[in-house]
Write a protein that binds this ligand. Structure first.
Ligand SMILES: Nc1nc2c(ncn2[C@@H]2O[C@H](COP(=O)(O)OP(=O)(O)OP(=O)(O)O)[C@@H](O)[C@H]2O)c(=O)[nH]1
Ligand SMILES: [Mg+2]
Length: 452
């Protein structure tokens, strides 16, 4: 039973049109009532649930701000507790002063994600849905938002529920076999059913791979010797004139970073200073930053000028080993091509383009997605947002099912198979938030912002 009342500013810090201080808990209404004065002399404790009231918030006889106060009584609220929201004029000082007044009147400052945690603890939402709330708050692209909303609708919870039902049925048949060996339930006959469950898990895992990209995004660095057209390529990929382009080698001296979505995946594109032995200290610093960008990148575009013979400086670029997917991009193919592609390169594909004229850019975009495992452009149905912890648990369910499936195929011992299936079932339950320990819960909710 939760018996304290929490409060936090639920709108972002900074100046805004309105600011909201939210309270949840048994004393939410009486605390705000003690600070609230309305022209109609309303007492909040007497008003109907889900109503809004105009007035002002006072502290020690002085008015802090005008406010609209919403009173929502349990259980039809976000947390299933009494919830009061004070809408005041935005601005850091007013909202902060109201929060202070509310805390002085008996509320406790909410921890990160504590409102959503209470919604979970009080049974209003599943753990999966709680995390979806976080994804919605953080979504960086429209597709990310759609996937999060789907998750809030409980799509993953449903999939897991379906899996647990199937496993429970198999386990039940197995118990019959163990208890009544004479009935002759064949263990081998269970193998295809177990394999089907393993396949369900494999599909969820593969969907979560594009989900990972949507949550965490991708950093793509464009590298090459000076003047090969890196900045032109950045502009082509962004479809805007972001970086300065000139025929003078060494134009870009600092790394330029820009965020833009690629098929629903948030990508940070980095244009870098051309790699060469730099004499000027500014250029040398630029080259150092290029190497730092290479270290951070999830994917490299090695750019060369196809209209010129290979340079010694190209070799530096071609010999980069970043341990991430790398595409060789011969540029300027609108001019006569003289550069020959070395046969033994360490890149996953060669994607010729003309950055200046836009030739090959679409193919390059698709190849970038393919190289990071997003395959074709992810769609709403092919995306599942899971965090590292969830993917790890799901992978364990998959491993246990693979083991069980093998045991069944080989006609192994019934009690051993039952034990493996039970472990898979338990892990799936844990993933659904059924057997969740307090420490895991805290870890999950601490990733939220305060006020959510
Ligand atoms: N013909 C042709 N010219 C291009 C193409 N891409 C870039 N250029 C030209 O190549 C020159 C250098 O382009 P930039 O984009 O500034 O090259 P960069 O690699 O960023 O150069 P630094 O910043 O100096 O390292 C400019 O004159 C561009 O107009 C292309 O596809 N075709
Ligand atoms: Mg440049």
């Amino acid at each position: 039973m939760i018996d304290d009342t929490i409060a936090a500013v639920s709108t972002p810090i900074g100046d805004g049109g309105i600011g909201i201080v939210r309270l949840s808990g048994p004393d939410a209404v009486s605390i705000v009532d003690s600070l609230f004065r309305s022209p109609k002399r309303i007492t909040l404790s007497n008003v109907e649930s889900h109503t809004i009231h105009y007035g002002s918030i006072h502290r020690q006889g002085r008015i802090i701000d005008e406010a609209l106060v919403s009173v929502m009584r349990a259980p039809r609220t976000y947390t299933r507790e009494d919830v009061v929201e004070i809408n005041c004029h935005g601005g850091v000082v007013a909202t902060r002063a109201i929060l202070d007044a509310v805390l002085a009147a008996g509320a406790r400052m909410a921890e990160r994600g504590e409102f959503t945690k209470r919604a979970f603890v009080n049974g209003r939402i599943s753990l999966d849905q709680a995390k979806a709330v976080m994804d919605i708050v953080r979504a960086r692209t429209a597709l990310g938002l759609e996937a999060a909303v789907d998750r809030l609708g409980g799509r993953f919870t449903q999939a897991l529920g379906g899996l647990r039902t199937k496993l429970a049925e198999i386990l039940a048949d197995l118990e019959v076999e163990i208890d009544y060996p004479d009935l002759d339930v064949s263990i081998e006959a269970l193998a295809p059913r177990i394999a089907a469950c393993a396949e369900d898990v494999a599909q969820l895992l593969s969907k979560s791979e594009s989900g990972r990209l949507i949550r965490e995004g991708l950093t793509v660095a464009i590298v090459g010797r000076p003047n090969v057209g890196k900045s032109t390529l950045l502009n082509a990929l962004l479809a805007e004139e972001r970086a300065i382009v000139t025929p003078i080698p060494g134009t870009t001296r600092d790394t330029i970073e820009e965020d833009a979505s690629l098929g629903g995946i948030p990508v940070r594109w980095i244009d870098t200073a051309g790699l060469r032995e730099a004499e000027h200290p500014i250029e040398a610093e630029g080259v150092r930053r290029t190497h730092a960008a290479i270290d951070r990148a999830d994917l490299l575009l090695l750019l060369v000028d196809a209209s010129e013979p290979k340079h010694a400086e190209d070799d530096v670029v071609l010999n980069l080993r970043a341990g991430v997917p790398t595409l060789l991009v011969p540029n300027k193919i609108d001019l006569p091509v003289v550069w020959e592609i070395p046969p033994d390169g360490d890149w996953s594909a060669v994607m010729p383009v003309s950055a200046k004229h836009g030739t090959g850019i679409e193919a390059l975009r698709n190849e970038i997605l393919a190289s990071v495992g997003a395959g074709t452009l992810p769609t709403r149905n092919s995306v599942l947002l899971l965090d590292t912890w969830e993917r790890d648990l799901l992978r364990r369910v998959g491993e246990r099912l693979a083991q069980a499936s093998q045991t069944a195929r080989e006609g192994g011992q019934a009690d051993m198979l039952a034990e493996e299936l039970r472990l898979a079932y338990q892990t799936a339950s844990e993933l659904q938030g059924i057997d969740i320990s307090e420490s895991i819960l805290d870890a999950v909710f601490s990733k939220f912002c305060v006020g959510k």
